[in-house]
Design a protein around this ligand. Structure first.
Ligand SMILES: [Zn+2]
Length: 301
């Protein structure tokens, strides 16, 4: 992965000096309004920074009118592939913050997200809406098991696809805790909030999701957008949203870890499950399945 991403980044950097990303990388064949490659923003994870202006002072290094798409709560057997197809059609790469329990149920979709070039972060094992209500040990296990489940799903994937798993974590409901952020930081896992949401977890129409996304983005100008690849209304509006963004002069960027993703992610692996051997991935996952709570992310607008 690293070489591929670096190559893209170099092309993107050269294209800036040349004046046009489209001139250097070519246009997307199925959406000439966008470039063929999504520029990569490499995000430092050492020390576990927390990113996202909605909650934290630090932001990832996006340029003006540049937006990074992130999708939470999947993989979903109905809508994740729809989202992947739309992103491919528009040549947009994104980051997916996956729930461990769903990664275990749908490992083929986890592998497909990686194979199609997207970054994968995690979002706990069972998506408890507020980890603050857990003991520190319980919460740490939720987080660790989420990483382990996604890693196991990727265990039979090609090596470069396994490397798509980044030391990126997002708290369910954005309900963080200082102690957990510090614990993640000791393991060099970055915490991701966002700059804007789109209310796609609410019972609103897909048109309303698109309008709220565009409006929230316009009010901030650049940043990380939270969407949910579990929501049909999100898949319904995604193509029109990307087209509208480009018409309004926005561009997209893909978040990726700056360095050492595999080793850093390994530091979060669930010690009770242990390292996932590539030949023994299925039997490595044992334990009781906890039904996830997919309550609305209360901190999102
Ligand atoms: Zn979530």
């Amino acid at each position: 992965m690293k070489l591929g991403l670096i190559a893209v980044a170099i092309v993107a950097a050269l294209s800036c000096t040349a004046g046009s990303a489209l001139a250097a990388t070519g246009a997307c064949q199925t959406d000439p309004a966008g470039p063929a490659e999504t520029p990569v923003v490499f995000v430092p994870t050492e020390g576990g920074p927390a990113y996202g202006g909605m909650q934290y002072p630090r932001a990832v290094g996006l340029g003006p009118k540049q937006v990074a798409l992130t999708f939470d709560d999947g993989p979903d057997p109905e809508t994740t592939r729809r989202v992947l197809d739309i992103l491919d059609r528009h040549c947009v790469k994104a980051a997916f913050f996956m729930v461990g329990i769903y990664a275990e149920r749908h490992p083929d979709i986890v592998r497909e997200v990686a194979a199609r070039g997207h970054t994968i972060g995690t979002h706990t094992w069972s998506h408890p809406n507020n980890l603050r209500h857990f003991s520190l040990t319980q919460a740490q296990r939720e987080i660790r098991r989420g990483f382990t489940a996604v890693e196991a799903a990727l265990a039979r994937a090609p090596e470069e696809d396994l490397d798509r798993l980044a030391p990126f974590f997002r708290f369910p409901g954005l309900n963080d805790s200082k102690a957990l952020i510090e614990w993640l930081g000791e393991r060099n896992v970055a915490t991701f909030s966002c700059e804007f949401g789109a209310d796609d977890w609410k019972s609103i129409s897909s048109a309303q999701v698109r309008i709220r996304a565009l409006s929230n983005i316009a009010s901030v100008g650049r940043g990380v957008l939270i969407l949910h690849d579990t929501k049909p209304r999100t898949a319904d509006m995604l193509s029109d949203f990307i087209v509208a963004m480009r018409q309004q002069g926005y561009s997209f960027a893909q978040l990726a870890p700056q360095a050492g993703a595999g080793e850093l992610a390994a530091a979060v692996r669930d010690p009770l499950i242990g390292p996932v051997r590539r030949a023994d991935a299925a039997s490595a996952l044992i334990g009781t399945i906890i039904e996830p709570s997919l309550e609305p992310a209360s901190a999102l607008r």
